[in-house]
Design a protein around this ligand. Structure first.
Ligand code: OGA
Ligand code: NI
Length: 382
């Protein structure tokens, strides 16, 4: 690599030009550098492998001074032990889930039934995929989100204002399970096994969330909240200048709920009353959060809360998000605020939408904009 950090050698290819952060250069033209980065097909990890000591300017996104407030608030850790057999325990669990979903929009689950060894193998497989030979990994690199298996860096690279310090692969898992042949052999078995287990947890969570809303336990599963499930597998490389960039920009999730597996590194934060709260890693736990579609159907009772991942010197950080949504699959089903939850004092504040329409809106907005606001009914008309 050239010592000015400019001309990088990536995957054996010389001469990839990315302006380093400290270089004031009037020739810097962001779109060209985004394309150069995309063309490497080696992601952020490729830059780190090339030995950069400064982040390229395309990744520049300083954290604001007042961004990290101190707070005593902790994300609740909810123990699912006994949820199926002990009705008193179940009542207590439902109450904890209700409170967390109404206030923070985030909680952690322990004793959820997935053994620690499976969680560990899941994280290790994500690492194996991202750390395999670049020439092999490159074959999966694509921006075509309709492909059964997608690996790239920054799905919104050309539309987002901020380029994130993160690489990702993804696939859908329900209602149409992937053909195993379409999944990379290096992690195929665990992807299939893990997705079945997350589906089971999702079905249970939708029961508990239904009960928390005072509805029949099958309500949310019956209206299709668990019909769709997709996975994104993130790899956040160690970052030489973590305060100058971000792992994942502030955003809310567009789905019904997200079930997230993280590792010990940390960095996930949620915005609460304009302070950032850490979602501290808890060994063996899964993080659950309410998405925009759940906020919409509960008429704002459950909150879809903004969150982000800060970069660190430490890394890589690995996470797996299970996204309960059919995303852009064709769908005619309309979702609006649940009638049973509405009253004269609590009229509908959103109009109905299909999951597909909602997801297309999100994809065109990119990470960091509120999809929900497009569906707010004009208060004056209510
Ligand atoms: C996401 C997300 C957080 C994480 O994929 O939507 O917020 O910890 N991920 O990777
Ligand atoms: Ni998210």
């Amino acid at each position: 690599m050239d010592n000015d950090g400019r001309s990088l050698r990536i995957n054996g290819v010389d001469g990839i030009n990315l302006t380093p952060l400290s270089k004031a250069d009037e020739n810097y033209y962001r779109p060209t550098e985004l394309k150069a980065f995309d063309d490497t097909k080696a992601g952020v990890k490729g830059l780190v492998d090339a030995g950069i000591t400064e982040i390229p300017r395309i990744f520049y996104h300083p954290l604001e001074e007042d961004d990290s407030g101190e707070t005593q608030i902790r994300i609740p850790v909810i123990d699912l032990e006994g949820v199926a057999k002990d009705s008193l325990k179940r009542k207590d669990i439902v109450e904890q889930i209700r409170e967390a979903s109404e206030e923070l929009g985030f909680f952690q689950l322990i004793n959820h039934g997935i053994p620690a060894s499976v969680l560990e193998e899941m994280r290790e497989s994500v690492r194996r995929f991202h750390e395999q030979d670049t020439e092999v990994k490159k074959q999966f690199y694509t921006r075509d989100l309709m492909k059964p298996f997608v690996y790239n860096s920054n799905f919104d690279l050309y539309s987002a204002a901020t380029t994130n310090w993160r690489d990702t692969f993804s696939h859908a898992s329900a209602p149409n399970p992937p053909n195993p042949q379409d999944l990379p052999e290096i992690c195929r078995d665990i992807l299939v096994d893990y997705s079945k287990r997350v589906m089971e947890i999702g079905k249970l969570l939708f029961e508990l969330l239904s009960e928390a809303l005072g509805l029949n336990p099958n309500y949310l599963n019956n209206i299709g909240c668990s019909d769709g499930l997709a996975f994104v597998y993130h790899y956040y490389p160690a970052c030489p200048q973590p305060k100058s960039t971000i792992g994942i920009s502030e955003h809310s999730d567009t789905d019904f709920i997200t079930v997230l597996l993280q590792d010990h590194v940390g960095g996930l934060q949620i915005r609460h009353q304009n302070k950032w709260i850490d979602v501290c890693p808890v060994a063996g736990a899964l993080v659950v959060n309410i998405g925009d579609l759940m906020q919409l159907i509960t008429n704002d009772r459950f909150k879809s809360v903004n969150h982000r991942v800060v970069s660190k010197h430490e890394g890589p950080r690995i996470s797996v998000a299970g996204i309960f949504s059919t995303l852009v699959l064709p769908s005619n089903k309309l979702y609006g605020p649940i009638k049973e939850l509405l009253s004269e004092e609590n009229p509908a504040i959103y109009r109905e939408t299909t999951v597909r329409d909602f997801s297309i809106q999100f994809r065109s907005d990119g990470l960091g904009t509120s999809t929900l606001k497009h569906y707010k009914l004009n208060q004056a008309e209510v």
